[in-house]
Design a protein around this ligand. Sequence first.
Ligand code: GLN
Length: 538
Amino acid sequence: MTNKTKYLFFTGGVVSSVGKGVTAAALGLLLKERGFKVAVQKLDPYINVDPGTMSPYQHGEVYVLDDGAETDLDLGHYERFIDIRLSKVSNFTTGQVYAEIISKERRGDYLGGTIQVIPHITNEIKRRIGLAAKETKAEIMMLEVGGTVGDIESQPFLEALRQLRNEVGRENCLFIHVTWLPVIGATNELKTKPTQHSVAALRSIGISPNIIIARADQDIEKSLCEKIALFCDVEKDAVIPMKTADVLYDVPLMLEKLGVGDLVVDKLKVKATRKPNMRPWKKLVDEVRKPKPSVKVALVGKYVELQDAYMSVREALKHAALANSVEVDISWIHSADLEKDKGWDIIKQTDAILVPGGFGSRGVEGKILASRYARENKIPYLGLCLGMQVMCIDFARGVLDLEDANSSEFDRASEHPVIDLMHDQRSITDLGGTMRLGLYPCLLTKNSKAGLAYGVPRVDERHRHRFEFNNDYRQKFEEAGMIFSGLSPDGRLVEIVELKDHPYMVASQFHPEFLSRPMNPHPLFVGLVKAAKEKGKK
Ligand code: GLN
């Protein structure tokens, strides 16, 4: 483990979803702005090897990295705030740690030893942290432990961090504990007791936090911070009152204003090489807050009850709206509702339709209907992965009269599998980590909508799929007005499709949402919102 690296450990207290990931990501930006090379790592205590096999209802979106790692959605926050590209070392789970140790044990590597949580599991956790520090050559490594202090699952992780602190030196580590202050309705009073208890739990395993970020939905008085400082044995200026932001991208500005950037630099005893320039962020947030005309986008998905399942899609829409000086008003429509004649009033009023990715047959016919409506009524449409596949299915059924057209994912017996299993997927039986994952190149057709939107001949985009457009149908589709405006360099894989006589009906087999950044919105989303704005004007 390198001694030059400094470590920032983030733990969560009281409740989950307290905003630990966003806080860490925002602080990462403040450190990067001070000239430090920062890296991040999310340690997830669940036993799944990765979130790829988990339902979005359980876990929210699966965020895909360049190298194809299927990771926690917090990695999306990190990439968007810090504007970095992460790799698979930036996320690991209990499942990965145990899988490694058990395979070593089966190989006989432990020569008769008894395998235990301490030291074997904790050593493996530390090894992975060291690996990330080495690979990223980070000056400051930020580690976020998933879950809440007190959970049984997170204990080995916390123990590993406690050990690590002694190995790399206490002066090189900071523990930041993010907690929640609940309100008692009758007196409208913020309470610190749960924070005190969660810090006590942390201290009982040998960790005293250096900084406490106390989160609440309302203003937090100074006296309350002083109370937390007293009861939790933390310096007064190290208790940070952090009210919920009305604009997500205001979080870095709020933290900066509260002096957290300087506090961390001070406590880590490192020297910033430059002053943070937060002006671009300030401008961005001011822009977000400005009243603007709004465009309506109907997002037709199947996990719409849990918007976290479409986190990056929602953020990418917001980025694109900003670039078009409009507000985006998203209606979340359950695709299965459309099958039952519900939700059409919203579709009929919308300026654009977006069909995101998805798996399994539930609600897929509703998505096909949404795509049909966009095609027939010339409503701007963006399809992402499954959203591209349903656009092709509708086109085959509605334009080419191939009534039975489908994806072999949903109907194995279809006579016209216009979307079919990719050739190299046929022999795969395991579900975890076996899709076509990560960055692949795509060549764009000049003067197509996609080509014009990107303004470059070649792009690299992130993928996560098993099925693809069936080339047996390419010619028929083309003759009927579908343009294959993005293809793999060998021409064999369809990456982007679009309609000829339509204001904007574009869909990609990849997931553009993962590469959209607040300051650098994704061209395909910008194109959609632009078309929606024009439609709105009419
Ligand atoms: N289920 C489809 C496939 O595997 C689409 C995947 C997705 O939308 N991410 O190809």
